[in-house]
Design a protein around this ligand. Structure first.
Ligand code: PSU
Ligand code: MN
Length: 310
């Protein structure tokens, strides 16, 4: 591979993140699309800062990732987080969008695919998010499978999530993760979580009960020389904080119908459905989403501590 060591800056680590990585300390990567496109304003800014704070209180350093003025940034200061939360027209950037954004000086929030790539490239081993992207329910017509899956199949990182978004075809997404060699474990559960819901009803092959086990699985994956790929730690939202399953199913059906009627496709479909769920549940889906993300961020910080201790 040709190394571009000279020329324009393409990735910048904050000083704190760079120092912590250099000394082998715990760092947790956080994505920015959930902030810019996944949560309503102005709550999104509050949440972005709260998540960073949760990582710190758990003894790790947060690295929120986004692209600002063409430079991929790993670790943002408060004003930069504000930009991600409030800048009108901020783009949603997957892995394939990083190069055009860099070349054209664009700004954007990074999805799981772009965030996991940038985190791994910076030397970060643990990443927390809400729910992964995956195979959409209309896949047979649209061929819409999130680039998250392809990126995770090739990126050596531990991703803590509450499963995949329930707007997706969950069994098909689990199949694709198996085919692509993504390791999946349930955290203190034998069932794959359902994002807003404690369970998706699908079984998961492996269960772990401690953060140290997650770090150890990744170490063994690397020692074995299993080709680069992610370990997905699926951490369910606590049952008492989940969205009411009946309400979830009803409003999701409405949201899917509304998306079909409005002809929403491509990158816009995930934000459209999430927003529809928030409004259709009077904000209850937002609370469940946040409860899930908070739990994931805390667990990710514990796993990062185990990783750096090893
Ligand atoms: N999880 C959330 N909210 C979100 C997302 C995940 O709780 O908004 C975002 C992530 O950035 C994920 C993206 O990578 O949705 C998937 O979008 P798509 O289906 O277009 O690939
Ligand atoms: Mn898509």
């Amino acid at each position: 591979m040709r190394e571009h060591t000279t020329g324009p800056e393409v990735i910048r680590l904050s000083e704190e993140v760079a120092d912590t990585i250099a000394s082998g300390g715990p760092v947790v990567a956080l994505e920015s699309t959930i902030i810019s496109h996944g949560l309503p304003q102005p709550r999104n800014l509050e949440v972005a800062l709260e998540l960073e704070d949760l990582v710190r209180r758990a003894g790790a350093v947060p690295a929120t990732i986004a692209v600002l003025d063409g430079v991929a940034r790993v670790g943002l200061d408060k004003r930069e987080v504000e930009r991600v939360a409030a800048e009108p027209g901020l783009r949603k950037l997957g892995l394939r969008d990083l190069a055009p954004a860099a070349a054209l000086g664009a700004s954007g929030a990074t999805t799981v695919s772009a965030t996991s790539f940038l985190a791994a490239r910076a030397g970060i081993k643990v990443f927390a998010t809400g729910g992964l992207g995956g195979v959409h329910r209309e896949w047979a017509e649209t061929q819409d499978e999130s680039a998250d899956l392809d990126a995770l199949a090739r990126t050596p990182i531990i991703v803590v999530c509450a499963g995949v978004k329930s707007i997706l075809d969950v069994p098909a997404t689990l199949q694709r993760m198996e085919t692509r060699g993504i390791t999946v474990v349930g955290y203190r559960t034998d069932e794959f979580p359902g994002f807003y819901l404690h369970t998706s009803g699908q079984p998961v092959d492996w269960r772990i009960d401690t953060p140290a086990e997650a770090a150890e699985i990744m170490r063994r994956r690397e020692r074995l020389g299993v080709p680069d790929g992610a370990l997905v730690v699926a951490n369910p939202v606590p049952e008492d904080q989940q969205l009411d399953p009946g309400l979830h199913d009803r409003v999701l059906a409405e949201a899917l119908a509304a998306a079909r009627d409005a002809g929403v496709t491509g990158q816009a479909i995930t934000p459209f459905l999430l927003d529809h769920l928030v409004r259709g549940t009077d904000g209850a889906s937002l609370e469940a989403n946040l409860a899930a993300v908070r739990g994931n961020v805390r667990l990710a910080a514990e796993i990062a501590a185990c990783w750096s201790a090893g």
